[in-house]
Design a binder for this molecule. Structure first.
Ligand SMILES: [Fe+2]
Length: 423
């Protein structure tokens, strides 16, 4: 990780990896061919024709009804000699069973190519279907890291939101309903990188403000977690900082002026860059804690992460004040004349400002979670050694409970069996 040293108001960079003293050492793996631009989805037929003869289009009912012209897509695939079948049964926070069901349909239709057309849930489900078409069931066998045995069917990812980054990363998240209560679990494997990503900002023009904000805040979390993670390297850092800079300027504008294609393009671009960044670094405590909230309360992934981001950042910044100071500046905060710790704290102000501008809470309002449930979440999070070791600051069980309590608006609640209630 590079270190940043500040002197006389300017930032001098040394390309050193934090804690090692080594210079510019990193690996960067991104096997996805990326097309970006207005109308770029028209490349679909040509690219699909190079990968298969029978495509399963994976999507959800809303996208098929409201966002895309199904006939146009099918015609372009047919023209390239690709037969099409449609599976529009994806739901938000997809359970493992959805991907297994979709794969049974794909096998019946003899598909040799998967096209994921939708938001993060759809693209993740499409990844699961691609895995299930070539590997024995159940899909739960492949949860965790590097467990997929045979290469999945090739996947073309076409995001319709600007936030997931799933089109350029090797992760898929599923709700494991076999557990009580249901848990969100990750599948991480280089075999999950899509072969092609077609990122067309026109597809995001009709997104409602709440979806724009939820997805954009997820991308902001990806970037901030990547930038502050222990695996951050100069290359991923560049992607993450550019994302933060763009979203600080344009996310609120996208919420307020949804039909503006220029602003939508910036947000789609930022989401893409953040997806590339976490493909290299992974995420940290925000996502680890956010999965629990999202699965338990049924709130969106982006909203759950957004609620936690300021509290986790406030906790983490002690580990690397210069990095958080640079984050504050990238978020557009003024830090001149402030003390050492105050400058870093401005990063939290910047995050709260953006959350406010897009109408997102920084606390769980109107929801309650039992204290023993929070402790159960914390126990499980403490077992995710890989994610915790990527967090910039050492985390204890007590820290996780404390952060949840702050996000719930009740930092004093500690009694097992009672409830933490949002203010
Ligand atoms: Fe995310």
């Amino acid at each position: 990780m590079s270190t940043r040293q500040e002197s006389q108001g300017t930032t001098e960079r040394e390309f050193k990896i934090r804690g090692t003293g080594r210079l510019l050492e990193f690996a960067f793996y991104l096997p996805t061919k990326v097309y970006f631009g207005e109308g770029i989805r028209e490349k679909l037929g040509e690219e699909a024709g190079n990968l298969g003869q029978s495509a399963l289009i994976v999507s959800d009912e809303n996208i098929i009804r409201k966002i895309i012209n199904r006939k146009k897509i099918e015609d372009s695939l047919n023209k390239a000699g690709v037969k099409t079948s449609l599976w529009d049964g994806v739901v938000a926070n997809p359970p493992l069973s959805i991907a297994e069901k979709g794969a049974r349909f794909a096998r019946r239709e003899k598909c040799d190519l998967i096209i994921g057309l939708g938001g993060g849930s759809v693209i993740d489900a499409a990844k699961g279907i691609a895995v299930m078409c070539t590997n024995p069931p159940p899909l739960s066998l492949y949860l965790g890291r590097d467990r997929i045995r045979k290469p999945p069917l090739p996947l073309i990812a076409i995001p319709t939101t600007a936030g997931t980054g799933s089109e350029v990363n090797p992760y898929a998240v599923f709700t494991n309903t076999q557990k009580t209560p249901p848990q969100k679990e990750i599948m991480a494997d280089p075999l999950l990188f899509p072969r092609i990503a077609l990122v067309d900002p026109q597809l995001t023009l009709s997104l409602p403000p709440s979806v724009t904000a939820d997805a954009g805040i997820d991308a902001l979390c990806h970037a901030i977690e990547s930038y502050t993670s222990k695996k951050s390297r100069p290359f991923s850092e560049m992607l993450a900082l550019e994302t933060i800079h763009i979203l600080a300027h344009y996310l609120a504008k996208a919420v307020k002026d949804p039909g503006n294609i220029k602003i939508r393009s910036y947000c789609s671009y930022a989401s893409l860059l953040a997806g590339m960044a976490i493909a290299q670094t992974g995420t940290t405590l925000v996502h680890g804690m956010g999965y629990k909230l999202s699965a338990h309360l049924g709130i969106t992934h982006g909203r759950a992460n957004g609620i936690l981001l300021p509290w986790v950042s406030e906790f983490n910044l002690q580990a690397d004040p210069p990095r958080y100071t640079h984050l504050a500046k990238t978020l557009g905060e003024k830090v001149a004349g402030l003390g050492y710790e105050e400058r870093a704290m401005r990063a939290v102000n910047g995050i709260r400002r953006i959350l406010g501008e897009v109408g997102q809470p920084d606390r769980l309002k109107g929801k309650s979670i039992k204290s023993d449930t929070i402790e159960e979440f914390a126990r499980e999070i403490m077992q995710d050694k890989r994610r915790l070791s990527n967090n910039p600051r050492l985390v204890t069980f007590k820290d996780v409970v404390g952060i949840y309590q702050k996000a719930l608006g009740n930092a004093n609640e500690t009694q097992g069996g009672s409830r933490c209630v949002a203010s």
